[in-house]
Design a protein around this ligand. Structure first.
Ligand code: FAD
Length: 470
């Protein structure tokens, strides 16, 4: 029987090979041997080297710092990351996490790596994925030639270098209220003026929103940190935010002071492209990430309950602890079925994805916070100690996942909008099966809560049957 002194959590294990439902799902999809080998290697990396690098990089004395000026008083706006942070990002970037790696594989990798928490890696990963897709889908041939190699380059000063700066001081939920302005220069490029309030991962290239002068619509722009001659662009990092979670990646306030920018897509299409490519990608990464955090909480709580003795018996044998463990497992399992369904719907361009992406952004991120909290209750006092387990860090990261890329209220309005479209509603009701009557008469967050619970129950029942056939 394991002893509490021996508890080390899942460090050093393969996060992929130990995930039975994931293995079954991949088997059902007839996943190629090559892909399974890639995921096996990635699972090994996540549970081993990355686990260690990320843990070290999150220590208080290792967090990113900002140096605004050099010794001659010249503005340099340099963010310094510790070597472990940069190495973790490089290893992830070199593991095939950006397109053309297919979406399903990118999301499974995001799920696996998030089992180490956000770790200063997975927010940059989501944003760089969105940026690569944006360039592929809407960049000019010249923009693709110039920027895609930079986005994919593991040797840039900050690997996974993409940023997405939309939120302003006056609010993040309503993008059309952005006050940053864009003025077109004679050569066709643009100059931006304004302040962005939450700028995570200010790397080498970011996508941002601004209103072209005289217009009331929001355009989408690329802003490189450096101009072609190597000098700094006119966008200054004012300060780094003092965050309670996701602390390994820097989040800054950035001021554009006539910053060089390139338009991406048509000015009047900015908001639509932002939502359909950039924000949508980030939201699916939030689903994958929250699920990963939930799984880590589940596995850690199970291991701890086996080694902690209460009155001479493993804590996991106490009925109350059993209930906690079962609750965490059911949150994780249900969310995982829903995650797999979301991937399928995106791959097949099934209209149900319009409901599933915002619904799961709400449901899975909330479930992650609940699962991590429940796991902390299993650990009790030790669940609060930052040097005992990953749980305190996960609890902060899980909370942030609920907020960024849209709060629950904002996402609920997207779910409602999607359900007003007949094709999406019909497809969603088919997934819910007999649960659908529970949705009648509900609105907003109540509707989303009921829909998420019904969905995970219906999918778990179907998935359970499927699993027996394997
Ligand atoms: C750690 C961290 C990193 C971040 N990084 C980035 C980044 O890199 N780039 C970026 O652009 N942003 C970033 N954000 C900002 C994030 O996306 C916003 O916080 C989020 O979109 C919500 O905006 P807000 O905080 O301004 O809330 P507000 O918009 O001020 O919302 C306040 C309240 O009003 C509610 N509300 C708002 N609108 C509606 C509505 N229409 N219906 C009902 N209720 C509503 C909200 O739910 C919330 O409860 C980051 C945030 C965090 C915490």
């Amino acid at each position: 029987m394991a002893e509490i002194q021996e508890y080390r959590g899942v460090s050093g294990t393969n996060f992929f090979l130990s995930d039975q439902p994931l293995l079954s799902w991949l088997k059902n999809r007839k996943t190629s041997k090559d892909a399974i080998e890639r995921l096996t290697a990635f699972g090994e990396l996540c549970g081993g080297t990355l686990n260690g690098l990320i843990e070290t990089a999150q220590r208080d004395d290792k967090l990113p710092t900002l140096q605004s000026y050099d010794r001659w008083g010249k503005r340099i706006d340099l963010i310094r990351y510790c070597p472990e942070q940069l190495e973790a990002r490089r290893l992830v970037l070199e593991s095939g996490v950006l397109p053309p790696t297919p979406l399903w594989e990118r999301l499974i990798k995001a799920y696996l790596v998030n089992q180490n928490g956000e770790g200063g890696v997975t927010c940059p990963l989501a944003m760089t994925d969105g940026l690569a897709q944006l360039l592929e889908a809407h960049g000019t041939p010249e923009q693709k030639r110039r920027w895609l190699p930079l986005v994919r380059d593991p040797k840039t000063p900050t690997p996974l270098t993409g940023g997405q700066f939309v939120t302003e001081r006056q609010g993040g939920s309503v993008v059309s209220e952005n006050e940053t302005t864009a003025v077109q220069a004679k050569d066709g490029t643009w100059r931006l003026t304004g302040l962005k309030w939450f700028c995570s991962n200010p790397g080498e290239l970011w996508v941002t929103t601004a209103k072209p002068q005289g217009a009331n619509t929001v355009g989408l722009f690329l802003v490189p940190r450096r101009l072609p001659d190597g000098t700094l662009n006119d966008c200054h990092i004012l300060r780094l935010k003092d965050l309670c979670g996701t602390r390994g990646k820097a989040t800054a306030e950035v001021e554009y002071k006539g910053a060089y920018a390139e338009l991406i897509g048509r000015p009047s299409h900015g908001l639509a492209i932002l939502m359909n490519v950039v924000i949508k990608t980030s939201r699916v990464h939030v689903v994958a990430g929250s699920l990963g955090m939930m799984r880590r909480a589940h596995v850690e709580a199970g291991l701890y309950a086996r080694s902690r003795k209460i009155m001479g018996r493993p804590a996991g044998e106490l009925p109350e602890v059993k209930v906690s463990l079962a609750r965490i497992e059911s949150l994780w399992r249900g969310s995982q079925f829903a995650f797999f369904e979301m991937i399928r719907s995106l791959e097949e361009e099934d209209p149900v994805s319009e409901v599933l992406v915002p619904l799961l952004k709400i449901g899975v991120s909330k479930a992650a916070s609940e699962a991590v909290r429940e796991a902390q209750m299993v650990f009790a006092g030790n669940g609060i100690l930052r040097d005992f387990s990953i749980l305190p860090r996960l609890s902060q990261d899980a909370l942030i996942q609920e907020i960024w890329e849209g709060t629950h209220a904002v996402l609920a309005s997207h779910v409602e909008k999607a359900l007003r479209r007949q094709d999406s509603r019909k497809a969603f009701e088919a997934l819910l099966g007999s649960e659908r009557s529970r949705l009648d008469g509900l609105e907003g967050l109540a509707l989303c809560q009921a829909a998420f619970e019904g969905l995970t129950r219906a999918l778990a029942a179907a998935g359970g049957r499927q699993a027996q056939m394997i």
